[in-house]
Design a protein around this ligand. Structure first.
Ligand code: F3S
Length: 477
């Protein structure tokens, strides 16, 4: 059988046209090639963990590959098995038995297969799961069907928090969400709650009650949250696909490999970021590193970041690449434990930031929406936005996204923001809500991750500006 060998990792969420199977990823050397009906070999996937549902869409559209051969274990691509696409690993280990009673048999077999693919050192009990793939805009009818099927038997055994949905679950009408979309979204939410999911609906679950400890084994989806807990907290998780999250929350175990092991947490790329500061510069630096070294463990020198800058950095590095973990000299908890292996080096400076900003921005002039909160805004960020906009009013529709947990604690700040014309929404974000269906075409944001997905997934025109610049340009006193 002829095998199509893909020279670069692929982002399943936005790198393949699900109607035809054609590779559409902008930076992919085989862009334009179709994977439909072919046996393909890929290094691994990059980008969003929601890409796991793409296989169901490809199968439904008769555009799926005939077989996938993986070079590196990757639970997002492995979900293809549950959609009926055979997945093989270049070098598989022996199959070890996982003995767990009272859970769906196919879930246990799935974890055993993943363990064999990854030559895992057995299985480890996990303390929490964070589920991605909650929005109807990203998982579609195929995702809803999958959840309907599995929710008949699956009941979660560990804390399982939820990523943002496709709309503010209380104020979706104010957002202009179409009724038919809302109805599907609410069905997804009901199915997840039936299985035992905790309704956090945020990509910052560590600010909403799901806060692991150093060294704890967990199983998280949502690539931005994965990089934050691995790097800033020192918990241990691989970048898990949406479907794997449901399986692991039900069974309570995951195979012990990858970022669960010391040797996979050793940095292998020195990055000099001296002189960079602020949310948007950190976000664009993460975007550049992920694009250039998609599977690296960066060791960053020359910066003294805030938590907010780190969440921006990790989110973008995991969106343009598959970065699951980074270390910051003198700051993150494992930076002093491991020394850098190899001689790979990268310097990211102001001129690179300007270039990346231009690469991601597709227009000048006025947007029809300003959208911030990717990842979801922390209390500090909401307060900073209130301070910046105090005494001013936005000329353009302005949406700020946060978690319901942060929103509940910041009611006074929210009132100040509303005075400035800023609408604060919870449970959703600009990427997983159907902005194009609401009628938006041109968005300005301060986040490289949001810009990438708004352009590549939602097909919108985007512009990146730091928050201070947004307020300067689009607010009146
Ligand atoms: Fe969060 Fe949505 Fe960005 S889920 S990381 S705000 S794309």
């Amino acid at each position: 059988m002829e095998i199509l060998v893909l020279g670069k990792p692929i982002s399943w969420l936005d790198g393949v046209d699900v109607r035809t199977g054609e590779i559409v990823q902008r930076d992919h050397p085989q862009r334009g090639t179709s994977i439909a009906g072919r046996a393909i070999k890929i290094p691994h996937s990059i980008g969003s963990t929601v890409g796991a549902y793409t296989f169901f869409k490809l199968v439904r559209n008769k555009a799926a590959p005939r077989k996938i051969i993986l070079e590196k274990p990757d639970s997002i691509t492995m979900a293809a098995v549950l959609a009926g696409i055979p997945v093989e690993m270049e070098h598989e280990g022996p199959v070890e038995e996982l003995k767990v009673e009272g859970v769906p048999e196919n879930f246990v077999r799935y974890l055993e297969k993943e363990a064999s693919f990854s030559s895992a050192r057995g299985f480890v009990r996990i303390n929490s799961v964070h589920l991605s793939g909650i929005s109807y805009a990203t998982i579609g009818e195929e995702g809803l069907d999958f959840l309907k099927k599995v929710s008949k038997d699956a009941r979660f055994r560990v804390l399982a928090t939820t990523n943002p949905a496709g709309m503010d679950l209380k104020r979706w009408r104010k957002m202009g969400i179409p009724e038919d979309f809302a109805e599907k979204q609410l069905r997804i939410v009901r199915l997840l709650l039936k299985m035992g999911a905790v309704p956090t609906f945020t990509c910052t679950p560590y600010l909403a009650g799901n806060l692991p400890t150093f060294g704890e084994h967990i199983c998280w989806g949502e690539s931005s949250a994965v990089s934050f807990v691995n790097s800033v907290i020192g918990a241990r998780t691989n970048r898990e696909g949406s479907i794997k999250g449901i399986v692991a929350a039900t069974v309570g175990y995951t195979p012990l490999y990858g970022k669960h092991l010391d040797e996979e947490r050793i940095p292998n790329l020195k990055v000099d970021m001296a002189g960079l500061k602020g949310f948007t510069e950190f976000s664009l630096a993460g975007y550049i590193i992920g694009r250039e070294y998609p599977s690296a463990v960066p060791f960053v020198e020359g910066v003294h970041p805030s938590y907010e800058e780190l969440k921006a950095f990790g989110a973008a590095a995991a969106a343009s690449g598959g970065i699951e973990l980074f270390h910051i000299e003198g700051f993150t908890p494992e930076a002093h434990i491991f020394s850098v292996s190899g001689n790979e080096k990268l310097k990211v400076e102001g001129s690179d930031i300007i270039e990346a900003r231009e690469e991601l921005s597709s227009y000048n002039g006025d947007p029809d929406l300003i959208a911030v909160g990717c990842p979801h805004l922390s209390m500090k960020e909401l307060m900073y936005l209130a301070e910046l906009s105090n005494g001013k009013r936005t000329k353009i529709k302005f949406w700020a996204f946060t978690s319901r947990s942060v929103l509940a604690q910041c009611q006074g700040t929210v009132k100040m923001l509303e005075k400035a014309g800023i609408e604060v929404y919870a449970d959703t974000c600009m990427v997983v809500s159907p902005l194009e269906k609401i009628g938006f075409r041109r968005v300005v944001t301060n986040s490289a991750k949001a810009a990438k997905y708004l352009r590549d997934l939602r097909g919108l025109d985007v512009m990146i500006l730091p928050l201070e610049e947004i307020v300067k340009r689009f607010f009146i006193s």
